[in-house]
Design a protein around this ligand. Structure first.
Ligand code: ADP
Ligand code: MG
Ligand code: MG
Length: 251
């Protein structure tokens, strides 16, 4: 599914190297978590994969199936099945949530050479998925994310994810984190979307999200590299002992 080899990334406008040789493979159907101290480059990795401006790849590769991600525009990456959620839930005043979702879904269908959904077809699908996520009709009509609580924003992003049916979902938890109820909702949404054809990369500062989304593999990132990879027990070890021992191990 996702294949990253020796990825080196620097800031475009500054001589600052952020990723210093990231290697990561996420097979189809698996959930991988990336943990690591603040400033280690976790968010940068997700931004570079989604094609955000401001970063320059100086070495290495990143592919989704047989697509060379680094060669594609952000919209092409999304059409190929990549979805980035969370760190900046965007507010879009004046644009109703339904309109936004329909535009996003149809843009993606168009890029894939599929027919657009009619208004009736779209409404049927969105109502079904919203109901499953406990999102009420009123929230669907409001402007995107404007005045939404933290939990509502998260639920809304899960709805976007459910509507776009991505192959590779990258979730980057905000530093501020979520309250326990919002976290449970997000986790339930993610767990409901798990399938043999879909993979997740869950980026988190804290172990607690991983109590609800059980990862197959946990990676620890520090100073622009993956320094350790293990099973779910690695996350528990970090929760118990912090990053100190792991960082000391690699020197
Ligand atoms: P994490 O998500 O692990 O906390 P980030 O990817 O946000 O780490 O940041 C990694 C490092 O790169 C930090 O030192 C951060 O200050 C720096 N950095 C990332 N993006 C920028 C930017 N646009 N401008 C300046 N510094 C940046
Ligand atoms: Mg950070
Ligand atoms: Mg971050």
């Amino acid at each position: 599914m996702l294949n990253i080899k020796n990825l080196h990334v620097k800031l475009e406008d500054e001589d600052k190297q952020i990723l210093k040789g990231v290697d990561l493979t996420v097979p189809a159907g698996e959930v991988h978590a990336i943990m690591g101290p603040n400033g280690s480059g976790k968010s940068t990795l997700s931004y570079v994969l989604s094609g955000r401006d401001g970063y320059e790849v100086t070495e290495g590769e990143a592919s989704l199936y047989d697509h060379d991600l680094l060669d594609m525009e952000p919209e092409e990456r999304a059409a190929a099945g990549l979805f980035l959620a969370f760190q900046y839930p965007v507010e879009i005043p004046g644009v109703g949530n339904l309109t936004f979702l329909r535009t996003a879904v149809n843009a993606q269908r168009k890029a894939r050479g599929e027919e657009e959904l009619s208004s009736g077809e779209f409404l049927k699908v969105v109502r079904e998925k919203a109901k499953a996520l406990q999102i009420d009709a009123e929230m669907l009509k409001r402007p995107v994310n404007v005045g939404f609580s933290g939990g509502e924003k998260k639920r809304n992003e899960i709805l976007q994810m459910a509507m776009l049916e991505p192959k590779m979902c990258i979730l980057d938890e905000t530093d501020s984190g979520l309250d326990v109820d919002a976290m449970r909702l997000v986790a339930e949404g993610v767990n409901a979307l798990r399938s043999p054809e879909r993979s997740f990369l869950v980026i988190t500062h804290y172990q607690r999200l991983l109590n609800h989304i059980k990862p197959d593999v946990v990676h620890i990132m520090s100073n622009g590299r993956i320094i350790k990879t293990g099973g779910p027990e690695l996350a528990l070890e970090v929760e118990k002992n912090g990053y100190g021992d792991l960082l000391a191990e690699v020197g």
